[in-house]
Design a protein around this ligand. Structure first.
Ligand SMILES: C[S@@+](CC[C@H](N)C(=O)[O-])C[C@H]1O[C@@H](n2cnc3c(N)ncnc32)[C@H](O)[C@@H]1O
Length: 247
């Protein structure tokens, strides 16, 4: 449903719509107007139509819940095939099958691919995947020969998804819900953290590993963490990932 209001009335319209649709709505700047767009079930739609004049609406096409699947296609990183369960991995190629659901990490994002690529060049040992999302990097690490592998995420949905990803790939992971900035972290030879820059920097300040693979930031950004220096860097599509070791 779409409501257009003059820019001068936008504040009031936003407040009214937020009461009706606390789950949120999209806001688009139009010439002299603001368009507020909300996905609504019929009962909510009726309330919105009553509250605003000139509401327009269009039915959502069937299958919208699964539309993201069209964009989830296989990629290659670190010598691995990473792809969805509805594609068949090429015979003989080490594969990571991932169905991320609502968690981050199909494998296709440049930051994920860069982490796997950098991990592939490191000496094998134990890994802590800090902020595991779908578990794609943790499972990729297992495929690359790292062990044992621990994975944590602050989001319980991600942890459930990572457990499913591990099971689907026949990989053993030790997975838990944890905030990497708050909870005690297990020792590991390598910590991988594809989170945003400030979280990466704060994690490095307390990380229990001699080597870190970090990403989640742009090519012009470099993690600033006392005691750590970038030993290798990979830039993909404007994003960056680093291998960090002691300075
Ligand atoms: C960009 S996703 C990376 C997912 C996956 N590792 C990958 O590379 O595709 C970042 C993940 O970090 C998690 N995260 C963010 N802050 C966190 C924190 N403080 N502690 C633990 N996990 C965190 C998010 O919930 C999210 O699943």
């Amino acid at each position: 449903m779409s409501v257009r209001v003059p820019t001068t009335a936008a504040e009031v319209a936003r407040a009214r719509l937020l009461e009706l649709a606390p789950g949120g709505f999209e806001e688009l700047e139009r010439e002299g107007e603001v368009e507020l767009v909300v996905y609504a079930h019929p009962p909510l739609g009726a309330l919105i139509a009553d509250a605003f004049r000139g509401v327009t609406w269009a039915p959502v096409e069937p299958g919208w819940e699964d539309r993201w699947r069209d964009f989830h296609t296989s990629v290659r990183a670190g010598g691995l095939w990473i792809g969805p369960p509805w594609e068949t991995p090429p015979p003989g190629e080490p594969a990571v099958v991932v169905d991320p659901g609502r968690a981050f990490g199909t494998g296709a994002h440049p930051t994920t691919r860069a982490c796997v690529e950098l991990l592939a060049g490191l000496e094998r040992g134990s890994v802590l995947d800090a902020g595991c999302g779908s578990g794609v990097v943790a499972v990729a690490a297992a495929r690359l020969g790292f062990a044992p592998i621990r994975a944590v995420d602050v989001d319980a949905v991600a942890v459930e998804t990572a457990a499913r990803t591990a099971a689907a790939n026949g990989v053993e992971l030790d997975i838990a819900v944890a905030d990497v900035l708050v909870h005690e972290l297990p020792q590991a030879d390598v910590v991988v953290a594809n989170i945003e820059l400030r979280v990466v920097e704060r994690l490095l300040a307390r990380t229990p590993a001699p080597v870190a693979v970090t990403s989640g930031y742009l090519a012009h950004e470099v993690p600033s963490a006392p005691g750590w220096a970038s030993l290798a860097r990979l830039e993909l599509e404007g994003w960056a990932a680093d291998v960090l070791g002691s300075a």
